[in-house]
Design a protein around this ligand. Structure first.
Ligand SMILES: [Fe+2]
Ligand SMILES: [Fe+2]
Length: 294
């Protein structure tokens, strides 16, 4: 069986892990992407799922969103943090639980990737602001989920992916290039396969798919993919978590398009470094809540 089919089969088998979850992820995806869903509807739905809603309120109430405990309900979390931001936390948290219970990937390995994802998720707004782009909770979600394709590889191709990581140690290129060379598919595409199967909208799936392949990104998703590309790079440089990539690359076109000097990239890196404790807090809240889900 070729690798691509093996990944597709494995992703299909993850549906059972998702279906056994107490929370219906596709309902949240649907509500988050719908123009008609109301804040009340989302608040009611999430409040019915106690461990998840407690985790969301904890994260919304934290320094991750510049707060220190003034939110006391899901409705107030949505009003003060934002509809899509809360949906993004709910989706990230639910997928964290699904993938943590889906297989054999070492917890340490997954944890490091999730911390890096959270670092990129928190950096996206900073980068969007710097690019004068609109800020949206779904932009944060692209960061929070951008490298879940690596977790898919760890779960679906444990031996093959160890070989990729070993070759990467000796190869002075970015990890996604070694994935493409040895597996014929990179982690952006693996994440895309998972997210489209779970009906995530294109404005989440496409930037994730193309965050290392900007040249092939369709025009309407290019700006978001570029912002994600830079947020990923900054989280790597800032050393938040560990994504397995020891040779991070920044696309020269991104620097030119966004008018970024090396000095500006250094400044942004420092600002992301300063978010390290927020990323730790977010991660611990996810992890703690997941223990209580089981
Ligand atoms: Fe990546
Ligand atoms: Fe990354």
């Amino acid at each position: 069986m070729i690798i691509r089919e093996k990944v597709a089969d494995c992703i299909q088998s993850m549906d059972s892990a998702m279906l056994s979850m107490p929370v219906d992820i596709s309902r949240i995806v649907l509500m988050a992407g719908s123009r008609d869903a109301s804040a009340d509807e989302l608040a009611r739905f999430l409040s019915d799922h106690r461990p998840l809603s407690a985790r969301i309120v904890k994260i919304a109430n934290s320094p991750c969103f510049g707060r220190c405990g003034d939110i006391d309900s899901m409705s107030s979390a949505i009003i003060q943090t934002g509809f899509r931001e809360i949906a993004a936390i709910a989706l990230c948290s639910s997928i964290f639980t699904v993938l943590s219970s889906a297989g054999t990937c070492s917890n340490v390995e997954q944890d490091r990737i999730w911390k890096h994802d959270i670092g990129a998720g928190l950096s996206v707004n900073l980068v969007a602001k710097s690019a004068h782009a609109p800020i949206d909770g779904f932009s944060m979600l692209t960061g929070l989920l951008h490298d879940i394709g690596k977790i898919v590889f760890h779960l679906c191709l444990p031996d093959e992916y160890q070989e990729v990581l070993q070759c990467h140690q000796a190869d002075p290129v970015s990890l996604h290039r070694v994935e493409r060379e040895l597996l014929g598919i990179d982690h952006g595409e693996a994440a895309y396969q998972l997210l489209t199967r779970w009906n995530f909208p294109d404005f989440v799936c496409m930037p994730v798919r193309y965050h290392h392949d900007l040249a092939r990104c369709p025009f309407e998703y290019f700006r978001q993919a570029m912002i994600l590309h830079l947020a990923d790079y900054l989280a790597l440089r800032a050393g938040i978590g560990y994504s397995g990539n020891i040779n991070p690359e920044i696309n020269a076109g991104v620097m030119a398009t966004m008018g970024l000097s090396e000095t500006r990239v250094d400044e942004l890196t420092e600002q992301v470094e300063a978010m390290s404790l927020q990323a730790d807090y977010f991660f611990e809240a996810l992890k703690d809540g997941t223990k209580r889900d089981h």
